[in-house]
Design a protein around this ligand. Structure first.
Ligand SMILES: O=c1[nH]c(=O)c2ncn([C@@H]3O[C@H](COP(=O)(O)OP(=O)(O)OP(=O)(O)O)[C@@H](O)[C@H]3O)c2[nH]1
Length: 215
């Protein structure tokens, strides 16, 4: 059983669809650290979530980056969704000539144990927001991320697409304004979205590692 610590049931639904292992949602709003990269936020969150749960956990920190807006809203996606809403994010993007953007997800696993440091290859598909912490990928130690004393393993995924006027009723968050290969995420089934999405790609890497690693 995997404890997915998140307040977002949309993330859990995708993980359940993807992973063979049962996924339990632990609805705990861990304190989110403000940082310019998702990896730092996810690693910090996984430590806090592990301390809260006392059992192995995963957390996901994800966000939308819009190229013409210099990667906005990035790690602040949740806040921007809450305060501006997706319609206004589309309005901001509409004025620009370049509508391209990317979704990125970092899944962080923490079980209080150490890992061998074997960095994973990084997605080549993304642009902008590619910080040193992101590039490191793979196993991290506290010193490598933020010196808080618990090792965390990171799995990243990215999908590039286009910001469009809202379409579709499925999914959650920014799904209606993110188009990949002619369809918005909100027009796809969970299965279709998982096959190509940022989270699906991160989940694939996590699943491969989780299923083949003795813990
Ligand atoms: O349309 C979307 N399709 C996706 O696949 C997706 N993945 C993430 N997001 C949005 O990006 C922010 C993440 O913020 P976030 O990682 O802090 O999560 P959150 O605040 O929703 O929950 P929690 O896990 O932190 O409790 C939130 O605004 C999410 O709605 C998505 N939007």
């Amino acid at each position: 059983m995997i404890n997915f610590v998140t307040t977002n049931p949309g993330k859990v639904a995708e993980a359940r669809e993807y992973l063979d292992e049962p996924v339990e949602q632990l609805d705990f709003d861990y304190p989110e650290r403000q940082a310019p990269d998702l990896a730092t936020v996810a690693a910090h969150g996984a430590r806090a979530a592990y301390r809260h749960a006392g059992e192995p956990v995963i957390v996901d920190d994800s966000g939308l980056t819009i190229d013409a807006l210099d990667g906005f809203p990035g790690p602040y996606s949740s806040y921007v969704e809450d305060k501006l809403g997706i319609e206004r994010v589309w309005e901001l993007t509409k004025r620009e000539s370049d509508h391209s953007g990317a979704f990125r997800a970092v899944i962080a696993y923490c079980d209080g144990e150490g890992f061998e440091a074997t960095p994973e290859p990084v997605d080549t598909e993304r642009r902008g927001q590619d910080t040193a912490a992101d590039r490191r990928g793979g196993a991290t130690t506290d010193e490598q991320v933020d010196g808080e004393g618990l090792p965390v393993r990171l799995f990243t995924g990215a999908a590039r697409g286009k910001i469009v006027a809202p379409r579709g009723n499925g999914g959650f968050g920014f799904d209606p304004i993110f188009e990949y290969d002619g369809q918005t995420y909100a027009e796809m089934s969970t299965e279709e979205k998982n096959a190509i999405s940022h989270r699906g790609r991160a989940l694939a890497k996590f699943a491969e590692w989780y299923e083949t690693t003795e813990r």
